[in-house]
Design a protein around this ligand. Structure first.
Ligand SMILES: [Zn+2]
Length: 186
C-alpha cells in the first residue's frame, strides 16, 4: 500500500528510501522524471515471467506489478495537476484514493510489458510538460485537500515515488532470490 507519509508529510529526505527532495530542482526536473519510465520498464521486462511480480508479499503490501501500475497512475495524476496549475490561479487539485484505485483495478492480471509501455508514455508526457515550463512555472501552486503544492514539489514527489516504489518492487521481487540464496550463517 501507499506508505504512510509518502504523500502527506514534508521531510527533507525519505527515511526509508533515502530520497533527497532538494535533489530535484527546476533545472533537472524534466530530465529526472524522464528517467522514471525506462527504469520501470527495465524492471518489468526483466521480471515479466517471475511469479512474485503478481503476488502480494502480504495482504497489506501491493505486488510489484501493483506498485508499478500505481506509479503509472501517479505520473498521469501529477501531469493533470500541473496542467491545471499552469492554467488557473491556485486551483483545487484532483485527489485520488490510490488504495481504492489499486483495490478496484485488478492490476495483477495486467500484462507487465503493457504496463511498462504505459509508464514510459506517462513519464515522457510528464517530463515534456516540465520541459515546457519557464522557471517561474515551477513556483505556481495549487491546493490538494487544503495543502499547498507547487509544481516543483509535485515534480519532487514524482521522483520520490518513483525511487520509493522501485524499492518496494525490489523487496517483493527479492523473495525469489532469498529462497535460492546459500546459507550465509556458516
Ligand atoms: Zn522514499
Amino acid at each position: 500500500m501507499e506508505p504512510k507519509g509518502i504523500g502527506t508529510t514534508r521531510v527533507a529526505r525519505c527515511a526509508e528510501c533515502g530520497f533527497l527532495f532538494s535533489s530535484v530542482n527546476a533545472d533537472n526536473a524534466s530530465v529526472t522524471v524522464g528517467r522514471i519510465g525506462p527504469a520501470y520498464a527495465e524492471v518489468l521486462r526483466a521480471n515479466s515471467a517471475v511469479p512474485w511480480l503478481r503476488q502480494r508479499p502480504s495482504a497489506k503490501v501491493w505486488s510489484p506489478l501493483e506498485y508499478a501500475t500505481h506509479m503509472r497512475n501517479v505520473l498521469l495524476l501529477f501531469a493533470r495537476r500541473i496542467q491545471v496549475i499552469s492554467r488557473a490561479e491556485q486551483p483545487e487539485l484532483e485527489v485520488m484514493s490510490h488504495d481504492d484505485v489499486v483495490a478496484a483495478g485488478d492490476y495483477n492480471r495486467l500484462d507487465p510489458l503493457t504496463v511498462a509501455e504505459e509508464i514510459r508514455q506517462a513519464g515522457r508526457s510528464l517530463a515534456d510538460v516540465l520541459a515546457g515550463l519557464a522557471p517561474a512555472g515551477f513556483a505556481r501552486r495549487g491546493f490538494r485537500d487544503g495543502e499547498e503544492r507547487t509544481v516543483l514539489e509535485i515534480s519532487q514527489r514524482a521522483a520520490h515515488e518513483a525511487q520509493h516504489h522501485l524499492l518496494d518492487m525490489a523487496r517483493g521481487l527479492g523473495r525469489s532470490t532469498t529462497v535460492a540464496r546459500p546459507d550465509q550463517s556458516r
